[in-house]
Ligand binder design. Structure first.
Ligand SMILES: O=C[C@H](O)COP(=O)(O)O
Length: 251
């Protein structure tokens, strides 16, 4: 039985004040967990320790939004996976489409980051997903399988015993236009079958999240799909009430 997981990706938003305000609403509401749902929040790196202190003793777990593929050295501006662990992060988002597109991150670099993150004990949340043009051209599955295969080639299927995959169609991110529950389920089933081609046990256990305009109105239908184990939530995770409602939507 896979546990449900809801991850809030705050992206490059917030100040010390606004984050404290968000946590003042969030922490009391989820301090004992919600319906057995694992809840992770991923603040911008400068606020990791602020958030780590605020969620101490409650059921919320800390994640980061990115890490570099080496654990130290002359990489100005980058953050080492070990530093994230030192800041008490347990998860790290890797391969988000915003980084793939705006920072030209390649499948190969993301695979190296994945390995480096796991080496330091972090659980990678590997983001995959196709653009609208790729979907319209009938290349959605080929795109997603290429992104996952790049990691499988370098890390091996056993690495997915300690990793999450988030399917985020690029056209659904921040657009208010989520994939339908059926479209999302179809791709999640495809991803699980892809992993099963390497190892059925790993495929049955790996948590698959959907991301892209998840909100309190569509979360329940998305999360009740057979292969969707939760969500990677962007905009709605900045609103405590909406995020709590989304967490409560897990059946
Ligand atoms: O990481 C989160 C995703 O990019 C989804 O963002 P969104 O919920 O604002 O569409």
């Amino acid at each position: 039985m896979r546990r449900a997981l809801v991850v809030g990706n705050w992206k490059m938003n917030g100040t010390r004040d606004s984050i404290s305000e968000l946590l003042r609403a969030l922490v009391p509401a989820v301090s004992h967990g919600i319906n057995g749902v694992d809840i992770v929040v991923c603040p911008p790196s400068p606020y990791l320790t602020v958030v780590a202190d605020a969620i101490k003793g409650c059921e919320i777990v800390l994640g980061a939004q990115n890490a570099w593929c080496e654990n130290g050295g002359a990489y100005t501006g980058e953050v080492a996976p070990g530093m994230l662990v030192d800041c008490r992060a347990r998860y790290v988002i890797l391969g988000h489409s915003e980084r793939r597109q705006q920072l030209a991150e390649t499948d190969e670099l993301i695979a190296q980051k994945f390995v480096a993150a796991q080496r330091e004990g972090l659980i990678p949340i590997l983001c995959v997903g196709e653009t609208l043009a790729q979907r319209d051209d009938g290349h959605a599955e080929a795109t997603v399988s290429g992104q996952i295969n790049a990691v499988l080639t370098v890390a091996g299927v056993a690495a997915f015993e300690r990793a999450i995959i988030a399917y985020e169609p690029v056209w659904a991110i921040g657009t208010g236009c989520s994939a339908s529950a059926q479209e999302a389920q179809q791709m999640h089933a495809f991803i699980r079958t892809l992993i099963a081609g390497h190892d059925e046990e790993v495929a049955g256990a790996v948590q698959l999240l959907y991301g892209g305009s998840v909100n309190p109105g569509n979360a329940a239908e998305l999360f009740e799909q057979a292969d969707i184990d939760g969500g990677l939530v962007g905009g709605a995770s900045l609103d405590a009430a909406a995020f709590i409602e989304i967490c409560n939507s897990v059946s």
